[in-house]
Design a protein around this ligand. Structure first.
Ligand SMILES: Nc1nc2c(c(=O)[nH]1)N[C@@H](CN(C=O)c1ccc(C(=O)N[C@@H](CCC(=O)O)C(=O)O)cc1)CN2
Ligand code: GAR
Length: 203
């Protein structure tokens, strides 16, 4: 039983993708990553996917006239494989309304702050600069409002004296690696149900 079919979108390092695959390999997560897609051909996430024997591909934005045509090409690759859930794992492009509408499965994202605080890019830097005493990470549904989709789960992470962006990011990242697989596991076993843009969490 391979469980939930996942397609992962990653722009860079891929540590969240790797954490999900590690949970799958350990038998902790009833899912199968069918494809890893990136908008950067040199993304380390693609090397991690290749090493894990997972099909992977990169699409270059420069090869497409606009965001919608890029997203339609992305969708074409996603629709060619079994997909129950699209997982953004450090995917650094805003998805168009067309992508959101035409996606063959729900889309989730992990964000390194306690949304709605600090949306967008460099959330950890925003938190340090603001001087908050706690931050954290959020798993949310993806819709056409950037980082505005329904919140599925959050974890609080302390901001310690002397923290800079990198130290806080590392502390939050460790929590992301746990939270994301926990949430995907609950989607796989039906404890979290997603219908259209609403989330139901069963205790
Ligand atoms: N339609 C949506 N698309 C995306 C969402 C979302 O909630 N709705 N989440 C983001 C993830 N993300 C933060 O969590 C994020 C990613 C990228 C950007 C952004 O401004 N990207 C720029 C390019 C930046 C770059 O190339 O360095 C852009 O796309 O023009 C903001 C937030 C994923 N997509
Ligand atoms: N706005 C989106 C965003 O900032 N996402 C963040 O990018 C990092 C990707 O790391 P990874 O490639 O090692 O998973 C993660 O910290 C993720 O929360």
């Amino acid at each position: 039983m391979s469980g939930l079919n996942l397609v992962v979108l990653a722009s860079g390092r891929g540590s969240n993708f790797k954490a999900i695959q590690d949970h799958i390999d350990r038998g902790d997560l009833a899912a199968k990553i069918q494809l890893v897609l990136s908008d950067h051909a040199d993304a380390p996430a693609l090397d991690l996917a290749q090493a894990a024997g997972i099909p992977q591909a990169a699409l270059a934005a420069a090869d497409y006239p606009d965001r919608v045509r890029f997203d339609l090409a992305l969708l074409e690759k996603i629709k060619a494989v079994p997909c129950d859930l699209i997982v953004l794992a450090g995917y650094m492009r805003v998805l168009s309304q067309v992508f959101i509408k035409e996606a063959p499965a729900p889309i989730i994202n992990i964000h390194p702050s306690l949304l709605p605080a600090f949306p967008g890019l460099h959330a950890q830097r925003q938190a340090v600069d603001y001087g908050v005493k706690v931050s954290g990470c959020t798993v949310h549904l993806v819709n056409d409002i950037l980082d505005g989709g329904a919140i599925i789960a959050q974890r609080v992470v302390p901001v310690l004296p002397g923290d800079d962006e990198d130290r806080l990011a590392a502390r939050i990242l460790a929590e992301e690696h746990r939270l994301y697989s926990e949430v995907i596991g609950k989607i796989a076993n039906g404890q979290i149900k997603i219908k259209d843009q609403s989330v139901t969490i069963l205790d």
